[in-house]
Design a protein around this ligand. Structure first.
Ligand code: ADP
Ligand code: ADP
Ligand code: ZN
Length: 216
């Protein structure tokens, strides 16, 4: 199954995508995770991307689309993928369609996780991420067993630099202006599955499973 997972920053895409990917035996491809891995490794791509990410702006299409084209061509995507974080603009959606068509593929579903804007800031401010494996936690909603340590791998938890209140405000504005129109775009294409993201993590996952015809 070829799936795009959409929703505003903090909607819970990454948290759900990990579980979905494990259940569907397909990779979870997060553009944000790929950028952050490059920033950590100090690559040229990472240095360039960080100039935009640190302000909460979108990384230019030239860079982002080349990166995702290569990633989707890898062998592990043959049976499907969960794409999290792209497309973020109508232009990227058109480009994604063309990239997939070149590979003889198309999207099966676009899952949109809908969360009221007033909840997003608290979700983003309380988010903590594992430095080692990228697993995501929340100080109140989804805390690790031991404070500051990843349940999965024991790695150190940190707060993303762009999860500061100032940057979050810009990210939400960028989302509203550039990404929200994708909901109508995919609705028109008959691909949209809208999910109420204002429920417990397990209930959101159950709704997504039902919508995709999966019994997980
Ligand atoms: P996104 O990838 O959409 O930016 P994340 O999956 O990183 O979002 O989730 C943002 C924050 O909200 C994280 O701290 C996560 O633990 C928490 N979270 C995710 N899903 C839920 C949920 N259904 N209810 C409450 N908190 C959630
Ligand atoms: P979140 O879902 O919490 O907003 P992500 O981890 O998906 O965050 O993305 C972090 C940052 O990486 C974005 O704010 C943006 O700067 C950059 N980014 C991720 N995906 C894209 C994309 N498709 N196009 C441009 N920039 C992107
Ligand atoms: Zn970890």
């Amino acid at each position: 199954m070829n799936i795009v997972l959409m929703g505003p920053p903090g909607a819970g895409k990454g948290t759900k995508a990990d579980v979905m990917a494990r259940n569907l035996f397909v990779p979870h491809i997060s553009t944000g995770d790929i950028f952050r891995a490059n920033i950590k490794a100090g690559t040229e791509l990472g240095q360039l991307a960080n100039q935009y990410i640190s302000k909460g702006d979108l990384v230019p299409d030239e860079v982002t689309l080349a990166m995702i084209k290569d990633r989707l061509a890898e062998d592990d995507c043959a049976k499907g993928f969960i794409l999290d974080g792209l497309p973020r603009t109508i232009g990227q959606a058109d480009a994604l369609e063309a990239i997939l068509a070149e590979q003889g593929k198309q999207l099966d579903k676009v899952v949109n996780i809908d969360v009221p804007e007033e909840l997003l800031i608290a979700r983003l401010c309380g988010r903590r991420v594992c430095r080692n494996c990228s697993q995501t936690y929340h100080l109140e909603n989804n805390p690790p067993t031991e404070a500051g340590r990843c349940d999965e791998c024991g790695g150190e938890l940190y707060q993303r630099a762009d999860d500061s209140e100032e940057t979050i405000k810009n990210r939400l504005e960028v989302y509203r202006a550039q990404s929200e129109p994708l909901i109508a775009y995919y609705e028109q294409k008959g691909l949209l599955l809208s999910i109420n993201g204002n429920q417990t993590i397990n209930n959101v996952l159950m709704d997504i499973g039902k919508g995709l015809g999966q019994n997980w």
